[in-house]
Ligand binder design. Structure first.
Ligand SMILES: CC(C)(COP(=O)(O)OP(=O)(O)OC[C@H]1O[C@@H](n2cnc3c(N)ncnc32)[C@H](O)[C@@H]1OP(=O)(O)O)[C@@H](O)C(=O)NCCC(=O)NCCS
Length: 171
């Protein structure tokens, strides 16, 4: 299976915040944004592996700034690393006021997807080649983030998470 570059998976999803997307303060609801992020990151993962994918996990998300009614949401999604059947996708979310003409960052997040075969079993995915300095940094960190989420999901023993342990031990 041929490896693919990170930029080949890159997608940008754009949405307009309408009244039905907002809370009582006129800001985009977190749940609606996470739904859009799920779609954007699934598109990036699917673009990398050319297979149907399912969401395996969503890392913790902090909302740095709220996105206002009438503003535009831009979700940039790119695969950071592919493992066997799973892929980690990194997203940057921006709000844009098109009237005042400025952009602001809302949040960043990582979602993990698994590629499935026609029998709905996990299937191998192409390896990912990071090219830029930022892609290389995300690629290296992906191993530790994977270990943390597998420990939290009860799929890995902390003892086996060598890279994560090294981080805490300052090695
Ligand atoms: C995700 C899913 C396919 C994993 O299947 P599984 O039978 O547990 O398979 P495995 O244990 O062999 O794991 C397969 C891959 O999933 C990854 N995975 C499993 N649980 C995970 C978790 N909590 N977080 C991140 N990755 C996880 C494994 O690391 C493995 O990746 P790898 O092949 O790259 O090493 C399965 O649990 C599933 O279908 N879940 C429901 C998905 C869904 O419906 N999502 C929408 C929200 S409801």
């Amino acid at each position: 299976m041929n490896s693919k570059t990170a930029k080949e998976s890159f997608i940008v999803m754009t949405e307009l915040v309408l009244p039905n997307d907002t809370n009582v303060f006129g800001n985009l609801m977190g749940g609606r944004l996470m739904y859009w992020m799920d779609i954007a990151s699934a598109l990036a993962a699917g673009k990398h592996c050319n297979s149907p994918v399912v969401t395996a996990s969503v890392d913790n998300i902090s909302f740095e700034s709220s996105i206002k009614l009438g503003n535009v949401v831009h979700i940039e999604a790119k695969v950071t690393r592919a493992f066997n059947s799973s892929m980690e996708v990194h997203m940057k979310v921006w709000g844009e006021d098109t009237v005042q003409q400025y952009r602001y960052k809302s949040n960043e997040a990582y979602y993990t997807f698994v590629a499935l075969d026609p029998n709905r079993r996990p299937k191998p995915v192409p390896q990912l080649i990071p090219e830029t300095e930022e892609e290389q940094k995300l690629f290296e960190g992906a191993l530790r983030r994977r270990q943390l989420r597998l420990i939290l999901g009860g799929k890995m023993k902390p003892h086996d998470a060598a890279e994560l342990k090294a981080l805490f031990a300052g090695e």
